[in-house]
Design a protein around this ligand. Structure first.
Ligand code: UP5
Ligand code: MG
Length: 217
């Protein structure tokens, strides 16, 4: 049994290579579709610097090496963040206002699952996903974006060597997740080149084609 029921909670996974624009497009999707955005990478980076965390050093070394942090850590962070949001919603009585489904909370889970066993484990124990939005972007484009961001981001992994490792992990380990969901007919694939606005227009068009409606606030 999963912790959250898909009849009350909608989970959409947002996947794509490093620098494909997951975080950037999440901002648009939160604004227009009433999603609560949970970035697995952001949660891990916050845990890395949280005072008293026993995982700080481990997370830092995995992220710098572009490797995937053991899923127990990531799944616990995501699952707890979902529980917190649902609790806040029920306190505020806002759950009904989110999303288009009656009373459903909508989560956009960015950058997770990155490995097949994570996908299976999350769907079994936390919540089955409705679909996956996949941002498809060539490495040259992503590399350019990340090196530019690296000038100011301060992220441990925005350097040429870490970027190369992240790309390899994405191709070898994370693409099989997208392929598996694709096999289940649960992937919306969007070309992620061009401007932020162009990409978002493609996302909106493909959502509409699939019957995913904006939130009515
Ligand atoms: N930008 C975005 N869109 C643009 C566009 N259309 N045109 C021009 N510029 C555009 O964008 C990246 C940069 O490009 C930004 O400067 C943006 O302005 C610009 P962003 O939206 O940040 O892209 P995103 O896909 O979110 O890139 P990010 O670097 O966050 O992707 P990663 O998948 O590498 O990072 P994440 O934070 O998800 O994971 C980091 C690490 O954490 C992983 O490598 C791994 O070590 C670990 N991790 C796990 O172990 N498990 C998990 O489940 C998740 C993460
Ligand atoms: Mg991101």
């Amino acid at each position: 049994m999963s912790r959250f029921s898909p009849t009350e909670t909608t989970v959409v996974f947002l996947l794509g290579g490093p620098g494909s624009g997951k975080g950037t497009q999440s901002t648009n999707l939160v604004r227009d579709y009433g999603f609560t955005h949970l970035s697995a990478g952001d949660l891990l980076r916050a845990e890395q610097v949280r005072e008293g965390s026993q995982y700080g050093t481990l997370i830092k070394s995995y992220i710098t090496e572009g490797k995937i942090v053991p899923m127990e850590i990531t799944v616990a962070l995501l699952s707890n963040a979902m529980a917190e949001t649902l609790e806040e919603n029920s306190k505020k009585g806002t759950a009904q206002k989110q999303g288009n489904g009656a009373g459903k909370a909508r989560f956009l889970i960015d950058g997770f699952p990155r490995k097949l066993d994570q996908a299976v484990f999350f769907e079994e124990t936390v919540c089955p996903s409705e679909f996956t939005l996949f941002l498809d972007c060539p490495e040259e484009v992503m590399e350019k974006r990340l090196l530019k961001r690296g000038e100011t981001s301060g992220r441990d992994d925005d350097n040429a060597e870490s970027i190369r490792k992240r790309f390899r992990t994405f191709v070898e380990t994370s693409m099989p997740v997208v392929d598996a969901f694709e096999g289940q007919g649960k992937v919306i694939k969007v070309e992620a080149t061009g401007s932020v606005e162009e990409v978002y227009e493609r996302i909106q068009a493909s959502f509409e084609a699939r019957g995913v409606r904006p939130a009515s606030f």
